[in-house]
Design a protein around this ligand. Structure first.
Ligand code: SF4
Ligand code: SF4
Length: 236
């Protein structure tokens, strides 16, 4: 698989599932056999992901990008041995980063859930191609990375206002809204990619969805309490 096809979510899943480090190996820069030059995209993506990992408290050196041609077997072995030694020195992911397993999982999942948004919000920058690796170093500023984490709202459906009209559920691009006819709808925060479509779609007269910034999203209303009771009818 072309290194340019390595999605940020692949790396995050590997870390979530127990890998202590990830190496993305690609063809040398400038030696791509195709016009796509996916290795530049891999480099750009890796730079952003390293900053996201660092912001989340995970050592960014757990991700490495290396350019190795198919004839360089010895060099490949050296790189892998060197990386393994470096990882051993860092310690297992989580423990070596000073994070409890649960906290680590939650931080990695937080980044992974942001990936679809990041790919849209940063698509122009992610498509940039520079001649040297050094030029990628400062591409994503600390402020910009902070903004990815804090500037993006979560969305919450107010159970007091939701009228179960199902409009939001039909428009959500990732099936992230749980609901049905005459049911109070609930956003599955694990699935939601924070696109804001439901917020725009909820009819003004209901105004049931609100963005939430800088505070935890309230717990979803329990399933047994989601049936809407209309005036003159009982929940039966
Ligand atoms: S913000 Fe977007 S992804 Fe999230 S629930 Fe609303 S429509 Fe679905
Ligand atoms: S569009 Fe608004 S009122 Fe309709 S189901 Fe969604 S949150 Fe509830």
């Amino acid at each position: 698989m072309c290194s340019g096809r390595v999605d940020m979510a692949f790396v995050l899943r590997a870390l979530e599932q127990g890998a202590d480090g990830v190496v993305i190996g690609g063809c040398k820069l400038g030696e791509c056999h195709y016009v796509t030059e996916g290795n530049y995209h891999a480099l750009n993506t890796a730079h952003l992901l390293k900053k996201l990992l660092e912001r989340a408290g995970v050592n960014p050196d757990r991700l490495r990008v290396e350019w190795i041609s198919s004839s360089e077997g010895v060099r490949f072995a050296q790189i892998m041995n060197d990386f393994a030694a470096e990882i051993r020195e860092m310690g297992p992911r989580g423990e070596g980063d000073g994070l409890e397993e649960e906290e680590l999982q939650s931080r990695l999942a937080e980044i992974r859930n942001l990936v679809p948004y990041i790919k849209i919000a940063k698509r122009e920058k992610l498509a940039l191609r520079f001649d040297t690796e050094e030029e990628y170093e400062d591409l994503y500023t600390t402020e910009e990375v902070d903004e990815i984490f804090t500037g993006l709202p979560s969305y919450y459906i107010d159970p007091e206002k939701c009228q179960g009209c199902m409009i939001c559920g039909r428009k959500c691009p990732v099936d992230g809204i749980v609901g049905g006819k005459n049911l109070i709808h609930v956003i599955d925060q694990e699935t939601c990619i924070k696109c804001g479509t439901c917020f725009e779609a909820c009819p003004e007269k209901f105004d049931a969805i609100r963005p939430i910034r800088g505070e935890p999203v309230p717990d979803p209303i329990p399933e047994e309490e989601r049936t809407l009771v209309r005036a003159g009818k009982s929940a039966g």
